[in-house]
Every structure is written in structure tokens, then in C-alpha cells.
Ligand binder design. Structure first.
Ligand SMILES: Cc1cc2nc3c(=O)[nH]c(=O)nc-3n(C[C@H](O)[C@H](O)[C@H](O)COP(=O)(O)OP(=O)(O)OC[C@H]3O[C@@H](n4cnc5c(N)ncnc54)[C@H](O)[C@@H]3O)c2cc1C
Length: 318
């Protein structure tokens, strides 16, 4: 992902409720609060525009409560003006326990934990082929062969290609690009936390993220595309973000925005469908493979829970 912040928030819980897997245990403990990886907690609001949307907001709160999210509260205009004066909404869902992490630092912290526990990291090592044997798999890279009793397919956008290579289940990853703009430095202080609209069909909806560096991002959009490696062609013009920004914040103009980063989601469903669960299970074709595919947002938020489940599945087959 090119974009480098992740919200570790109740939005993770929101998706986790739809997904079958136990993603309730979001980032916590030393991975999120250790010296190397600061976790900050700017509260989040999810806002509605019309009174008819109130039911949706209440349903979100009920789902968050059921998932064990603490402190969720439906708040009125007076409350919103006090906490987020620039947010344009009559009613909102307030989440005081929401936090943010730096995604790159999180990945580095996890790598340190893994290597401390004996994992060997082979950066820049591409899997180019695999052969199934009676006691496991022989993996071929450009440099060597590796024998493995179990292989976890966590190849993100390329998980469908890797599954094919491993003789695993057939599925398709549909790349879906998300683009961001950033607010100009002079406008960063108009938001204090994270601000979300009600969810969109394919994503959380274009929302406002305050990063660990106090940058303010607006995005991500959701646009399916053919290629898995094209982050830049046909970038949306900044104009496309003006209306979504105005739906959330007062007083934002095109002059307040700069083009930001982009990322590509590994979706397991085509554009005509709106949701597919993460694919985390022992492969149904090849017992030496565990699939961890289609891990789109909130994959970072739920990475420890996903990791635990993958570890159980890996041990279970040994
Ligand atoms: C725009 C955007 C915004 C997001 N925002 C959030 C957010 O706010 N909160 C949140 O929780 N999540 C968010 N996510 C989701 C999060 O980024 C993903 O869930 C997470 O990165 C998925 O991790 P992964 O390890 O499954 O896949 P990846 O991070 O894609 O890693 C896959 C790895 O497999 C490697 N690979 C592929 N093919 C091969 C091969 N043949 N051989 C060897 N290696 C291979 C790749 O090089 C890569 O290193 C966002 C995603 C996007 C796109």
C-alpha cells in the first residue's frame, strides 16, 4: 500500500462483524504501544447528513456495541460543535476509543517480533514455482528451493496467482484502487480526529484521517481496475474530492487540497457485488496450504487476530 497510515478503530469492528473471523482483538499491547510504535487516539465521529439516515447510524452503534467497542455514543450538534467545529452534521456517532498507528512502523515492529521468535525474513524473494510432495511443498524462488510442511498464502494482490502456483483453490483477486488528497498545512488544524460518513457500498466511504504526523488525508476512493500494479494512471482530479470534503467539513475549497497517495485493495468480489469475507482457511485442494487472501481493510487493524487464526490453522494440520 502506498498510503501509510491506518486507522485502528471501531471501523475494524464494523467489518469484523460482517466477516466470520474473530477480528475483535484489534491492535493492542506492545505492538501498538511499544517505544517504536506510537499509538495515538484521536477520537472518531461518523456523521450523517439527513435525519432519515439516523437508523443506519444506530445500527452501526449496535454493531459496535455487540463487538465490544467501548464508549460509542450518538451525539447531537452541540457536542459535535464542541469537539469538531468544522464538521457539518446534525448528529454523529462518537467513538472515544479510536486510535491510529503508523502502518510502516507497525510492519517493522511485527518483523522484529517475528525474527526474535526465530523467523527468517527473505526480502525481495519472489516465489516463482512450487511442487507438491508427499510431506509438504518445495517452493522455488529465483535463488533457491525451500521445503515447507505448510505454506501460508498471504500474497495480497497476487494471492490468486500464488494459489494457482501452489496447486491451491481457484479464486480471483479484483484490484480496487483507493486514492487520497491531503489538506494544505494551513487547514490541518480544522480537524482533531477521524471523521467518517456512513459507509459506501465498496468501502468505508471517503473519510478524513489525521495521521501520526498530523497530516490530514481525505480518501480513499474506490475504483476497480484491471491492473494490480498501476497506482498512478488516470488519477482522479482534485476536483473530485471537493464534494465529498464538503459533505463532511465546512469551508473546504479546492485550493485547500493537494494530490495524496494511493493504494490498491485486493478484493475477492467483482464490482457488481459489495462484500466478500476474508479467505482464511486450510486450502480445500492442497492440505499443505493455508490461505490468508483478500485481506483488505481493516486488515492492518485486525492483523494480530488474523495472524493468530493463521497460526491455529497452520498448527492444526501438522
Ligand atoms: C487505500 C487503502 C487504505 C487502507 N486503509 C486501511 C486502514 O485504515 N486500516 C486497516 O486496518 N487497513 C487498511 N487497509 C488494508 C491494509 O492495507 C491491508 O489489509 C493489508 O496491507 C493487507 O496485508 P497483507 O499482508 O494481506 O497483504 P500485502 O500487504 O499486500 O502483502 C502481500 C505481500 O506478498 C508479497 N508477494 C506477492 N506475490 C508474491 C510472490 N510471488 N512471491 C513472494 N512474495 C509475494 C508482496 O510483495 C507483499 O509483500 C487499506 C488498504 C488500502 C489499499
Amino acid at each position: 500500500m502506498r498510503a501509510r497510515a491506518a486507522s485502528a478503530s471501531w471501523d475494524g469492528h464494523e467489518h469484523a462483524q460482517q466477516r466470520r473471523h474473530p477480528c475483535r482483538h484489534v491492535l493492542s499491547g506492545r505492538h501498538a504501544e511499544g517505544a517504536a510504535l506510537r499509538r495515538r487516539a484521536p477520537p472518531a465521529v461518523r456523521v450523517l447528513r439527513a435525519p432519515s439516515q439516523r437508523q443506519q447510524l444506530e445500527a452501526l452503534k449496535a454493531r459496535g456495541d455487540a463487538n465490544g467497542v467501548e464508549g460509542l455514543e450518538i451525539v447531537d450538534r452541540e457536542f459535535i460543535v464542541e469537539r469538531e467545529p468544522a464538521v457539518d452534521a446534525p448528529v454523529a456517532l462518537w467513538s472515544p476509543e479510536t486510535g491510529i498507528v503508523n502502518a510502516e512502523e507497525l510492519a517493522k515492529a511485527l518483523l522484529r517480533s517475528a525474527t526474535d521468535a526465530g523467523a527468517i525474513f527473505l526480502p525481495g524473494t519472489k516465489l516463482v514455482g512450487a511442487d507438491r510432495q508427499s510431506d509438504g511443498m518445495v517452493l522455488r524462488t529465483e535463488r533457491e528451493q525451500i521445503h515447507a510442511r505448510v505454506v501460508v498464502n498471504a500474497a495480497g494482490l497476487y494471492a490468486d496467482d500464488v494459489s494457482r502456483m501452489l496447486g491451491g483453490e481457484t479464486f480471483t483477486i479484483y484490484p480496487c484502487r483507493g486514492e487520497y488528497v491531503e489538506l494544505a498545512p494551513s487547514k490541518r488544524s480544522i480537524v482533531n480526529g477521524l471523521v467518517y460518513p456512513l459507509p459506501h457500498q465498496h468501502s468505508l466511504g471517503v473519510h478524513i484521517v489525521k495521521t501520526m504526523n498530523d497530516d490530514v488525508w481525505l480518501g480513499p476512493t474506490a475504483c476497480f481496475q484491471e491492473r494490480k500494479d498501476d497506482y498512478e494512471s488516470n488519477r482522479l482530479p482534485i476536483e473530485a474530492f471537493v464534494e465529498p470534503a464538503r459533505r463532511l467539513l465546512h469551508g473546504i475549497t479546492i485550493d485547500d487540497m493537494r494530490l495524496g497517495g494511493s493504494g490498491i485493495r485486493p478484493k475477492l468480489h467483482p464490482p457488481a457485488e459489495s462484500f466478500a469475507d476474508f479467505l482464511i482457511r486450510r486450502d480445500r485442494e492442497n492440505p499443505f496450504v493455508v490461505q490468508a487472501a483478500g485481506i483488505e481493510s481493516p486488515g492492518l487493524t485486525s492483523c494480530l487476530a488474523v495472524g493468530r487464526l493463521v497460526a491455529q490453522l497452520t498448527d492444526a494440520g501438522d
